[in-house]
Structure formats: structure tokens, C-alpha cells
Ligand binder design. Structure first.
Ligand code: N7H
Length: 483
């Protein structure tokens, strides 16, 4: 069985949160840092701790007590530069991690400028600097998180003459206000579909695929790179962090201006349908593969039903009448698209566990009126996997940015045959123009899968920072990162 006391809590289970602060730091004094870590490690929330917290939250609800359970949970992760700084030279066998996200940004398709061979992504200044690690604190309210973060900063002497780390920057995420607290800024319910991890998620929901723990945790069953990794990497996981801004009024304007025209649909319903076909779910969360032409909030609420689908007719027959191939959830998790006799492709190694949180204010009346973003808002995207090369990096580059995917996908049984005249197009949510070329998608009109629509020139999601990290196990923190 997995040792849940040894695995950081955000990986399996997720830190419970209404608000979360990511504190990015550099190590300024290695010896002092390792000494301070000894004091810090007991604060790190484990996966076993998360299981207990969940029980406490359930009990609180059961007893109908008011408000939320006061809570602040801490995890820590290190970049490749951070490992180097600490003198940890083992190869974790992931080239995206070793390269670092700033240097990977060109391949991801992030906007930026090129000077000779040097690419500089158009990111916020602090993310262009070296970042050694991130401490993140999630909790029920700002006061709980501040208090905890202050305790942690105190341990590392932040801001004093005996500091062992210095702040590079911090960012704060907040869930949106009720009734949209579980929805991201474009308005869609998020956090519905994550893979179930064997030995942790005991009762997967219908349609929720179980994967072996090694696809998320290093050196567990299923990790294809296990042999190449040092022993201390066991039960750690790679954390991809992306600072993603969302152009919400522009997105809304695009939907309003391009309603899908179908008999019996009002203009407003046509716009909603376009949004649903771009994402693959209605704003309520209901999957369009199950309820293609009309939203069904009951279906969305029901965890027994809201993930229980495959993409109907397999790709071999080339079907996108219910859900376009380019829909965000189909691009990033094509379910059975790469299967169907005689093809069989195992995509368990492409699964990621997503743990994002929103940031920034609600759209103002002024922004709505101007159809233009004036205030920064979006998603602090975070996900875990036992390989960034196979997970986030691959999904972004080879699926979301690639107009042909899944048509050009190569499976263990050979390439998927081309579909007559259909180029699926690009993931309109996260596909990046710079990385992907033509900004078009097909299949948005259920009656005509071959018609392409062209998206506006400006991407709807814009990366403004990020880094790749490794979240070590508790025993690794004690033996390699503390003294
Ligand atoms: Fe996505 N969105 O609001 O449109 N995402 N995502 N994502 N995403 C998902 O199924 C969104 C991003 C995945 O298992 C939903 O829980 C936005 C990145 C994967 O069926 C919605 C942003 C990457 C899934 C959104 C963003 C992914 C998924 C449906 C950026 C990886 C699960 C809710 C601002 C490279 C698919 C749900 C499955 C679901 C949105 C980013 C990947 C609504 C706005 C960067 C694997």
C-alpha cells in the first residue's frame, strides 16, 4: 500500500482551499536553509493529513455548523535550479524539469521575443528570474493563510539578517464568490474530472479511470522511468505551475458574436452552445457528449453521471457530432479516441492531477461594456504527474497546440487514419497560436463537422509565468533537504 504519511497532501487528495498563496523563493544560505527545514517539515501536510481533514470537514457539515473549518495547509516543491543550489545532483529523469519552464516556454508556444538563440517569454518580471522553490499555503480564509505563512517565513528568517531564503514573488488565488465558487473565470464548472489513483481513491466514480500510482508518483508501480531515478525520488511528484491569465470579456464577446445557428435555438442559446462545444461541457459541467444540444444541470451535479462517458463513435469512424475533437476536454484527455479495433493506445501516462485555483476579480461592468479586459484574472494552474515530459508538456505541445491531433496520433498499432477532410483544429482554451499555427477549429456546428471557425487573433488564455517543480516525499525532505 502507499505510505500516505510520506506523500505531500496536495498530490493525492488536494489541499482543501478557498484561498491559496504560492510563495516563490530562492535559497540564500544552504546550511541555514537545511537547519530551518528541520523545523519546517512538521508543518508539511501529508496525504494522510488530508484524509483526516476531509473527515473533519464532513463532520462539520454533518453537524450543520456554520462557516468553514479553520484550516491552513502547507506543501513545498523545488525546481531543478533549487536542487542544484542544494547540491543535489541526481538526475530525476525528466528533461522538461531539468530544462526549466522559462527555457521550455518557446516549445510550449508561449508568446515572447527572440534575440539570436535566446527566447524570452512575455512573462511577468519575477518569473523571468531564477526560482529555487515554492512554498504554498491553502486555507479557509485569508487570515488563516496569512498566519501560517508568517509562521513559515519566521522559520526561514525571511526579511532578517539570518534569512536562509528570499522571496522572489508570491501570487494569491481565490475561489470565485458564490454561486460560482467552483467555476473558473470563463464560467465553467471545474474540478470534475481527475484520474483516480489506485490504492488511494477507493471508490472511483463511474467513468473515472483508475490509474496505477506510478503515473503520478515517482518510482511507484507504473513509473516507466523508475529505474533511472534515485531512491529518494520515490513518492515524490512533479508539479507544473502556470500563471495563466484569461481574457474573459473577449471570450464572452466571441461567443456572443458567433452563435451556432440551429432550428429552435435562440441567439443566446446558440452562443451558449458554442461555448459548450469549445470546452466539451456546459457551464454547469454537464458533458455535451451526453447532453449535446441542451444543458442539463441535474446531470452536471450528479457525480455518478457527470463523468460517465466515452467519445461515442470512435475516431476510426470520425465522429464529432456530439463533441468536437478540438473541445478542450477531448484534446487534453481523449478518453477512447485512440482506441477501437485494431488500434489500442494506452494514454495512462498522459494523465495529470489538476489542482488549480482562480485569481483576480470578477469581470466589472466597465469591462463587460468595453468587451475588453482591464484587470488581470485567470487560473493558477497546477498539476501533478510522475513525468512532465509525458504529462503537461506533451499535452500542451502535442495535443492542445496541434491542429491535427488526434488524427495524426501514432498508437502502438500504428497511426490513426486521417478523417475525410476533417482537421480537428486547435484547443480554443489553451492551444497557443504561437505553438500551433492556424487558429481554427472544426466541428463546432453539430450539423456540419467540416465547417471551420476562425478564432480571434488574440488567444483567450495567456501565460505570464510558471515553473516546473518536484514535490519530494517527507522522508526525502528529511534526508536530502534538511540537516
Ligand atoms: Fe483545463 N476551462 O474552463 O475551459 N479544463 N483549463 N487545462 N483540463 C477542464 O473536467 C480550463 C488547462 C485539462 O478528464 C474543464 O474537471 C481553463 C491546462 C484536463 O475529461 C474546464 C484553463 C491543461 C482536463 C477547463 C485550463 C488542462 C481539463 C472541465 C486555463 C493541461 C480534464 C472540468 C485558464 C495542459 C479532462 C473538468 C477530462 C478540464 C478549463 C487549463 C488540462 C472547464 C480555463 C493548461 C486534462
Amino acid at each position: 500500500p502507499l505510505d500516505l504519511n510520506n506523500i505531500q497532501g496536495d498530490i493525492l487528495g488536494g489541499l482543501p482551499k478557498k484561498t491559496e498563496t504560492y510563495f516563490f523563493f530562492d535559497v540564500t544560505n544552504v546550511d541555514r536553509f537545511k537547519a530551518n527545514m528541520t523545523q519546517f517539515i512538521p508543518h508539511v501536510k501529508t496525504s494522510a493529513g488530508i484524509v483526516k481533514d476531509r473527515e473533519a470537514i464532513k463532520e462539520h457539515k454533518r453537524q450543520k455548523r456554520p462557516g468553514l473549518v479553520p484550516m491552513a495547509a502547507v506543501n513545498v516543491s523545488f525546481s531543478h535550479l533549487g536542487l542544484q543550489k542544494l547540491g543535489i545532483t541526481d538526475d530525476l529523469s525528466d528533461s522538461s524539469f531539468t530544462t526549466g519552464q522559462r527555457k521550455d516556454a518557446e516549445v510550449l508556444g508561449d508568446p515572447g521575443t527572440k534575440n539570436g538563440d535566446t527566447f524570452t517569454p512575455a512573462w511577468e518580471a519575477p518569473f523571468l528570474k531564477d526560482i529555487h522553490g515554492v512554498i504554498f499555503v491553502a486555507g479557509d480564509c485569508h487570515a488563516s493563510v496569512h498566519k501560517k505563512l508568517d509562521e513559515i517565513k519566521h522559520i526561514f528568517g525571511v526579511g532578517t539578517s539570518h534569512a536562509s531564503i528570499s522571496e522572489v514573488t508570491h501570487v494569491r488565488g481565490d475561489v470565485r464568490p458564490d454561486p460560482v465558487s467552483a467555476h473558473e473565470h470563463f464560467g465553467f464548472l471545474d474540478g470534475i474530472s481527475n484520474p483516480a489513483v489506485d490504492q488511494f481513491d477507493q471508490n472511483p466514480f463511474p467513468g473515472q479511470d483508475s490509474i496505477r500510482p506510478g503515473f503520478i508518483l515517482a518510482k511507484e508501480n507504473g513509473d516507466s522511468r523508475a529505474a533511472a531515478r534515485p531512491d529518494w525520488a520515490k513518492d515524490g511528484s512533479f508539479l507544473t505551475f502556470r500563471y495563466l491569465f484569461q481574457m474573459v470579456p473577449e471570450f464572452d464577446d466571441f461567443l456572443e458574436s458567433n452563435p451556432i445557428v440551429l432550428p429552435g435555438l435562440s441567439r443566446k442559446e446558440g452562443s451558449e452552445l458554442l461555448g459548450a462545444r469549445i470546452v466539451g461541457r456546459w457551464k454547469s459541467g454537464a458533458p455535451i457528449e451526453i447532453t449535446p444540444l441542451k444543458d442539463d444541470p441535474k446531470q452536471a451535479e450528479d457525480s455518478q453521471r457527470n463523468n460517465d462517458f466515452d467519445f461515442g463513435d470512435s475516431l476510426v469512424r470520425g465522429d464529432q457530432t456530439k463533441c468536437p475533437f478540438a473541445a478542450h476536454i477531448r484534446k487534453t484527455y481523449p478518453r477512447n479516441d485512440l482506441e477501437g479495433p485494431p488500434l489500442k493506445a494506452d494514454i495512462d501516462n498522459r494523465r495529470i492531477i489538476r489542482r488549480g485555483i482562480q485569481f483576480g476579480p470578477e469581470v466589472t461592468i466597465q469591462e463587460h461594456h468595453d468587451k475588453k479586459t482591464h484587470h488581470g484574472r485567470g487560473l493558477l494552474f497546477a498539476c501533478y504527474s510522475s513525468s512532465i515530459d509525458d504529462g503537461f508538456h506533451f499535452i500542451q505541445q502535442s495535443w492542445a497546440n496541434a491542429p491535427n491531433f488526434p488524427v495524426n496520433a501514432v498508437t502502438s498499432a500504428g497511426p490513426i487514419p486521417p478523417l475525410d477532410g476533417v482537421v480537428p483544429g486547435f484547443d480554443a482554451i489553451i492551444g497557443q497560436k504561437v505553438g500551433g499555427g492556424i487558429r481554427q477549429i472544426s466541428g463546432t456546428n453539430p450539423n456540419d463537422p467540416t465547417t471551420n471557425i476562425t478564432l480571434p487573433d488574440q488567444d483567450f488564455v495567456i501565460p505570464r509565468g510558471g515553473e516546473y517543480f518536484f514535490s519530494p516525499s517527507i522522508s526525502a525532505l528529511k534526508t536530502k533537504f534538511a540537516a
